[in-house]
Design a protein around this ligand. Structure first.
Ligand SMILES: Nc1ncnc2c1ncn2[C@@H]1O[C@H](COP(=O)(O)OP(=O)(O)O)[C@@H](O)[C@H]1O
Ligand SMILES: [Mg+2]
Length: 281
């Protein structure tokens, strides 16, 4: 449905979990659908690539974070159950979200402005919750926004790599850990990730959601970083007449090069978005 990867798992068991399907492969690992025999619950099992945890500091921070993620409870944030490490590798056990991801949605669903605004508001709610709990997502993008069958958007893969880890990566391959199309300019410059860097990634995501193309359609990594750093994208409402001017303005503000020029927080984005709807009526 989502792409053409092999869906049959290369293994039927991982730790105590029975695996029945490959849900996807990405930059950080391979994700299986599995069943926890202890309670019969269907879960997503993310097996990290061996190279993902490059140093002990990253692993230690991550385990500490997982203990906090486990207490999270928000409808727009996928629940994290546990982290397992041992002979079979390092796995994160996550709430299984049974619908497609936002990448699929953008490529396949017919245009409906209001429906897309509702989705954007849900993403804002999930991000705001992470930020209020002192976490930045670090890798917000359409494939990390999943839907339930009932259409509820949920964030996954939040804070897989913390600031200390990201900052150590600049010379050795930032692009392996964050997704270059969505990364904020200040991260490229080697600065700390903040809620505003998530707002930038959300801006790129919303550009794609409301315009149907990315703001910087270049395929060369260096050129892409230069675009994030220096180039002002085309205004969404000029690229697509379906995107109202005020919505285009909102997206452009999220994509400001300077973090302090973006919105204060995701609640402000969500409220601005809701007012765009009202002013049309
Ligand atoms: N909790 C989950 N429930 C259901 N599907 C998931 C879950 N987490 C990830 N997936 C699926 O696995 C795919 C690959 O995920 P991931 O390895 O994180 O790749 P990416 O780097 O593209 O985000 C996603 O696009 C999504 O379709
Ligand atoms: Mg992911």
């Amino acid at each position: 449905m989502k792409d053409d990867i092999q869906r049959t798992p290369d293994r039927s068991q991982l730790y105590r979990f029975t695996l029945d399907r490959v849900l996807g492969k990405g930059g950080t690992g391979i994700v299986y659908r599995g069943v926890d025999p202890e309670n019969g619950q269907v879960v997503a099992v993310k097996l990290f690539y061996e190279a993902f945890f490059r140093n002990r500091l990253h692993l230690r921070d991550f385990i500490r974070n997982v203990n906090r993620f486990r207490k999270f409870s928000h409808p727009n944030v996928a629940h994290v159950y546990e982290f397992i490490q041992g002979d079979e590798g390092q796995c994160l056990i996550i709430e299984y979200v049974d619908g497609p991801d936002l990448k699929w949605y953008i490529a396949n669903r017919p245009w409906n402005l209001q429906e897309r605004q509702v989705i954007a508001a849900q993403i804002c709610n999930g991000l705001q919750y992470l930020h209020e709990n002192d976490f930045t997502h670090h890798d917000l993008k359409p494939s990390n926004i999943l839907f339930t069958r009932k259409g509820l958007a949920k964030l996954v893969d939040y804070s897989l790599c913390g600031n200390s880890y990201l900052l150590s990566l600049f010379d050795s391959g930032l692009h392996e850990q964050v997704t270059p199309m969505y990364v904020a300019p200040e991260l490229i410059r080697g600065e700390k990730a903040t809620p505003q860097s998530d707002i930038y990634s959300l801006g790129i995501t919303l550009y794609l959601l409301f315009v149907n193309r990315v703001p910087f359609p270049v395929d060369n990594l260096h050129a892409l970083y230069q675009c994030h750093l220096r180039i002002t994208p085309d205004h969404p409402s000029q690229v697509s007449e379906k995107c109202p001017q005020a919505l285009g303005d909102l997206i452009m503000r999220m994509l400001a090069k300077k973090p302090e020029k973006r919105f204060r927080d995701c609640d402000e984005v969500r409220i601005t978005l809701a007012n765009i709807g009202k002013s049309r009526i």
